[in-house]
Each structure stands twice: as structure tokens, then as C-alpha cells.
Design a protein around this ligand. Structure first.
Ligand SMILES: C[S@@+](CC[C@H](N)C(=O)[O-])C[C@H]1O[C@@H](n2cnc3c(N)ncnc32)[C@H](O)[C@@H]1O
Length: 270
């Protein structure tokens, strides 16, 4: 999948870009998945730890583990939630025994997995029988306002490269209902699909723009690849499309969510 390498970057820049939606989204995903005190949980693709922290608050840190293939993001997660064990690992190769968790969650990650089917198999393997597996992804093509406006602006200033990089086009599993299909293909039962609505506040357009030239996330990588003139044109087109300026504002964002129930632990595939 495109873009996973763009998260081997500054966790601070990530937090200022999409990470600022993380805590609200984590609470919404936890509610959607039906996570209750007494459960153990794994956060797959934890990034700097928004969902890990929310899980630790609800379940107790000793009942939570987290994994991410990006060493700087795993380190940022450890710094944020020091009592949680955080491992550097991808979804496709989770270093946990079969049937270890009552819940396996993944926030904004499935579309970045190099092999989402293998990632799902691993998530199901480490889940106990009857455990909940839940995930969410941005509605890049529709109501994730920040990123939709960004890619529309990118396509305006560089139609060819903007279209090739537009996450609303290139990201799989991010359309209405697509994640549910992946969950069913993985053999999960009782699959539920829905929308999570969140928002984030900004002090000004500059507050929103400042992480992008660092190159974090696919949007940042696109921004950073432009020469200064085109980057300035992107900045202006983006600001105009959002209709914001020097004062504070808020943006809404929609994520698609899925939850399902694990069956018997699977034998390792040959
Ligand atoms: C958009 S960030 C989401 C981070 C965090 N879950 C959050 O909600 O803020 C995507 C994360 O997926 C991680 N990632 C990329 N490829 C992955 C894979 N194959 N397995 C697990 N995580 C992966 C990245 O390192 C990054 O931390």
C-alpha cells in the first residue's frame, strides 16, 4: 500500500497533522467496538499512541499491548504511555502467541498494510475465540475534510501527480462498506460497519499547514516533493478550498469503522 514509509518521521509533525483527531477517534472506535473494562487489547499500528492511551485508560495499562513497524512512532507511543509494552512490528508478523487478546484494534492503519489479508490473518490469530476485531480508516474520498481539501488542491496545481497520489483514489478499503468485505473475507462473524464522526480545532491556517512541509504522511510527502513555487500555490489553493484564514476554526472528519468476532484460532498457513 502507498505511504507506509512516510510514517518513519517526526511523531510531533504527525500529531499536528492527523494525530490531533486521534483521541476523539479512539474514543469513538472503542465505543463502536464495545470495549469494556476487564478485557485485554492489542493496538495494531499504534503510531504515537492515541488509541493505546485511550485503551490503557479504560482497561489498565497492564492489559494493553501496542505494535507499530515505525521505530520513531513506537518510541513516541512508549513515551506517551510508558506502562504499556510497545513492540516494533507490522500487522503481518505480530510477535504474540495465538489467542492472546480479547480485543484487537487498528486505527487508520489497514490501508497502509503491505498485505492487508495477511495483517487480518495475524490479527485474528492473536485474538481469543469470541474476541472483537475492530478498525477504522479515513473516508478519504468524501468527508475527511482536511485531506479531501488537500488532495483537491493538489490536483488543481498539479493535475497529473495530484491524481496519482490522491488518497481518495489510491487507498484500498476506504470506500463505504469496503472494510466490512475485508472482515468477512477474514472469516469474522457478526460483522458491523458504520461511520465515526470527529473534529479537530486549529488556531489558524498556519497551524494546519505547518506539519505538511516536513513530509509526514502521504499528504506531507506530496507537499515536500514540490518546488517552492508549486508548494506556495498548493498552500494558497488549500487555504482557499477550506475557506479559512488567520483565526481559529474547526474541521470535521469521517472515518469508516468495522467490527467483527473472531472464531477458533487458525492453524498457521503453510
Ligand atoms: C495514519 S497512522 C495511524 C497511527 C495511529 N493508529 C493513530 O490513530 O494515530 C498509520 C500507522 O500505520 C503504521 N503502519 C504502516 N504499515 C503498517 C503495517 N504493515 N502494520 C502495522 N502498522 C503499519 C504506520 O507506521 C503508522 O504508525
Amino acid at each position: 500500500m502507498p505511504g507506509a514509509e512516510t510514517f518513519r518521521a517526526s511523531a510531533d509533525a504527525y500529531d499536528r497533522l492527523v494525530g490531533r483527531y486521534g483521541p476523539q477517534l479512539a474514543d469513538a472506535l472503542i465505543g463502536f467496538a464495545g470495549i469494556e473494562p476487564g478485557m485485554s487489547a492489542l493496538d495494531v499500528g499504534c503510531g504515537p499512541g492515541a488509541l493505546t492511551r485511550a485503551l490503557a485508560q479504560r482497561l489498565g495499562a497492564v492489559n494493553v499491548r501496542a505494535a507499530d513497524p515505525s521505530a520513531p512512532f513506537a518510541e513516541a507511543c512508549r513515551a506517551r504511555v510508558p506502562e504499556v509494552e510497545v513492540v516494533v512490528a507490522a500487522a503481518e508478523a505480530l510477535p504474540f502467541a495465538d489467542g492472546s487478546f480479547d480485543a484487537v484494534l487498528s486505527q487508520l492503519v489497514v490501508n497502509f498494510m503491505s498485505d492487508p489479508h495477511a495483517g487480518m490473518r495475524e490479527m485474528a490469530r492473536v485474538a481469543r475465540r469470541g474476541a472483537v476485531l475492530a478498525a477504522c480508516v479515513w473516508d478519504y474520498a468524501g468527508e475527511m475534510t482536511l485531506l479531501r481539501a488537500f488532495w483537491d488542491a493538489a490536483r488543481e496545481i498539479d493535475p497529473e501527480r495530484g491524481a496519482d497520489a490522491d488518497e481518495g483514489v489510491v487507498m484500498r478499503w476506504c470506500g463505504d462498506g469496503e472494510l466490512a468485505e475485508l472482515w468477512r473475507q477474514a472469516g469474522l462473524g457478526g460483522v458491523r460497519f458504520g461511520a465515526l464522526e470527529v473534529s479537530a480545532s486549529y488556531d489558524s491556517f498556519e497551524d494546519l499547514w505547518s506539519p505538511l512541509p516536513t513530509g509526514v504522511a502521504p499528504s506531507g510527502a506530496f507537499c515536500r516533493s514540490l518546488d517552492p513555487e508549486r508548494q506556495a500555490a498548493l498552500r494558497e489553493a488549500f487555504r482557499r478550498r477550506l475557506g479559512v484564514g488567520d483565526g481559529p476554526f474547526e474541521l470535521s472528519a469521517r472515518a469508516w469503522a468495522v467490527a467483527g468476532t473472531a472464531g477458533e484460532p487458525r492453524a498457521p498457513s503453510s
